[in-house]
Design a protein around this ligand. Structure first.
Ligand SMILES: *Cc1c(COP(=O)(O)O)cnc(C)c1O
Length: 391
């Protein structure tokens, strides 16, 4: 049985999953060892730049993602900044990314004095469309020696920076292939995809470096925090060094051998992270179950669907996503209005970055799918505690 698509029927479907009260988009859940570990920091005085929880959290992230090395930093944006820098992104380079992403992806590129180059996404992964990318680069680029240049701007195109939208892995194999063909460095903005796998391999393991975020709204949180992951030992050592003021080890001397950053994650934040990552398997199971509930609730409504993982991928389902059909895109604002008025926090996708003031002049291809998705995506309450978490 299918019912008419109205704000009321959509609200009923949401209410069948979240029956009472108000629900934020994504709330952290602290039911594990958070108090114990944070208390230990306070009791011992190890709250800041040194302490055992940082090492332990780095170990935990590496173990969970299957990456050989993880370096904990102050936030995901800082992690991305250092990933780009260590991948060789330099002043005046262009970095290819989707326009449909959080502003931090582009900001990190700007911190390298480089320029975002926006490309379109595909509807089945919400990530960069490999075919459109390949065609676009074929049209606008040329090789000078080994290096790929944008013929229109004269700038070097240095890197491809895919992002895993709402936790759903991008089409990584195809994107890697394009990056290889055009000699681009491959860096993942994996800020949203802790717990997401592409062909049984955890996201963040496909390029030279990747960035994760543990901001308050992400699948696990350290308050604020991020991590750089890599399988390259030299890059891992450099990442640790440059994010900790580039100080040479010595018992008392202050000797720094390059311009470093104070990007290290404080121990008290890492303590929170250690407690959170212990619960990550339960959070992932809860989010998968929440997706199943939403899918069931919306199965009877024509013209709207709950976005699901692709074949070959296992998504962390970080942010649950409704996707309206084209014919119903005009209902976008009335649905946002009705749900938010009713205590159910829903949000549209980000304003595509090519329309933001600081990025309006950046190079880009035609972005029809980005523009279409912008009018059809609605994120809905996604906290893991919306279903019973078994512990
Ligand atoms: C959250 C996020 C970041 C940045 O992480 P912060 O920890 O907030 O700095 C970067 N990229 C994407 C896609 C994100 O969602």
């Amino acid at each position: 049985m299918s019912s008419n698509f109205t704000p009321a029927s959509v609200l009923d479907a949401l209410r069948s999953v979240v029956p009472t009260g108000s629900a934020p988009l994504h709330e952290p859940h602290f039911q594990g060892n958070e108090w114990a570990y944070v208390k230990e920091c306070l009791d011992t005085g190890w709250v800041s730049s040194v302490g055992k929880f940082v090492d332990r959290f780095e170990h935990d992230i590496a173990e969970f993602t299957g990456a050989r090395y993880a370096i904990a930093v102050v936030n995901g944006t800082a992690a991305l900044h250092i990933c780009l820098k260590l991948a060789g992104v330099e002043s005046g380079d262009e970095v290819v990314m989707q326009s449909l992403t959080f502003v931090a992806t582009a900001n990190a590129v700007s911190y390298c004095d480089a320029v975002p180059h926006f490309v379109d996404v595909e509807e089945n992964s919400l990530g960069i469309d490999p075919e459109a990318l390949s065609e676009h680069l074929g049209n606008i680029s040329e090789f000078r020696g080994d290096a790929c240049y944008n013929r229109l701007t004269g700038r070097r195109i240095r890197a491809l920076l895919p992002m895993h939208t709402f936790g759903h892995p991008s089409n990584l194999d195809a994107l890697l292939e394009v990056a290889k063909r055009f000699h681009l460095e491959f860096i993942e903005d994996a800020a949203e995809s802790l717990g997401s796998y592409y062909r049984d391999r955890h996201t963040g393991n496909f390029g030279r470096l990747a960035a994760f975020s543990f901001n308050g709204n992400k699948i696990i949180t350290t308050g604020g925090g991020g991590a750089i992951v890599t399988n390259d030992e030299v890059l891992a050592k450099l990442a640790k060094h440059i994010t900790t003021t580039a100080k040479l080890p010595h018992r008392w001397r202050f000797d720094h051998d390059m311009v470093g950053f104070n990007y290290r994650m404080p121990n008290i934040n890492a303590a929170l992270g250690c407690a959170q990552i212990e619960q990550l398997p339960e959070f992932l199971a809860a989010k998968r179950q929440l997706f199943a509930h939403y899918r069931e609730a919306f199965s009877g409504i024509e013209g709207i669907r709950v976005f699901g993982e692709q074949e070959d991928c296992r998504s962390n389902y970080w942010l649950q996503t409704l996707l309206l059909d084209n014919e119903h895109a005009s209902m976008h604002s009335s649905l946002l209005e009705a749900s938010n008025n009713n205590g159910l926090m829903t949000r549209p996708a980000w304003t595509p970055l090519h329309r933001l003031r600081p990025y309006a002049e950046c190079p880009r291809m035609e972005l029809p799918v980005t523009s279409s998705l912008e009018k059809r995506i609605i994120n809905i309450p996604s906290s893991p505690q919306l279903v019973a978490i078994s512990r």
